[in-house]
Design a protein around this ligand. Structure first.
Ligand SMILES: [Zn+2]
Length: 183
C-alpha cells in the first residue's frame, strides 16, 4: 500500500480539477474516503485469509469491479439528483467516485513491494504491478510505520505523490482564478 494520506490527496487533486458543478465538496469528501477504503482489507490478515486469496489484501477491494460497484452504490445512496420529480444519478459523480476508488489500486501497482494488485478479480485471480515501481511500499500496521522504513516511505511518497499533487492543485487553482479574472 501507499499511505492513506497519499491516496486521499490524489482524490482531492482530481476533484479540484473537475470543471462540472456536480463535483461538490461533499462529493470530494466521499471520493477521498473511497480512495482510502480499499486498504480496509488488511483486516483479512487477522481473519486468517491468505494474502493471495481474492478476498486477501490487494484483492477484490482493489479491483475494477469493486470500484464500479462502490462508486455506483455511493452515488445512489448519497448523491441522487432529485430535481424535476425524477431521481437520477449524475454520471460525473459516479465517474469521479470510480476514478478515486480505482486510483488506489493504480498507485499501489507502482509500489516496490507486497503482492501485485488484483485488478480483474473476481474474473481473473492474478496480481499485477506496473513495469516501473518507484514508490516505496508502506509497512502494514501502525507500529511498523514508526520506524526508519516509515520515514523512507514518507520521503518516497513526498517525491512521487504528495508534491506532484500539491503542485497540480496550485496550478489548477491559479489557472481557474486567471480564467475567472479574464471572464
Ligand atoms: Zn492498497
Amino acid at each position: 500500500m501507499a499511505t492513506i494520506i497519499s491516496h486521499g490527496l490524489v482524490a482531492l487533486a482530481i476533484g479540484a480539477s473537475a470543471t462540472t458543478q456536480q463535483i461538490t465538496s461533499k462529493v470530494i469528501v466521499a471520493g477521498i474516503l473511497l480512495a482510502m477504503l480499499p486498504d480496509a482489507d488488511v483486516i483479512s490478515f487477522s481473519l486468517g485469509i491468505p494474502y493471495g486469496s481474492p478476498l486477501g489484501h490487494r484483492g477484490i477491494t482493489h479491483s475494477i469491479l469493486f470500484s464500479i460497484v462502490i462508486a455506483l452504490v455511493t452515488s445512489i445512496i448519497f448523491f441522487r439528483d432529485k430535481q424535476a420529480g425524477k431521481q437520477s444519478v449524475s454520471f460525473y459523480v459516479f465517474l469521479y467516485l470510480f476514478i478515486c476508488s480505482i486510483s488506489h489500486g493504480i498507485l499501489d501497482a507502482f509500489t516496490s513491494g507486497g503482492r501485485g494488485i488484483g485488478f480483474f478479480i473476481p474474473f481473473i485471480n492474478e496480481r499485477y504491478f506496473f513495469g516501473s515501481r518507484p514508490i516505496l511500499v508502506s509497512p502494514i500496521g501502525i507500529e511498523n510505520f514508526f520506524s526508519s522504513w516509515g520515514w523512507a516511505v514518507i520521503k518516497s511518497e513526498m517525491k512521487y505523490i504528495m508534491l506532484p499533487c500539491v503542485f497540480y492543485f496550485i496550478i489548477i487553482k491559479s489557472t481557474s482564478s486567471i480564467l475567472k479574472f479574464k471572464s
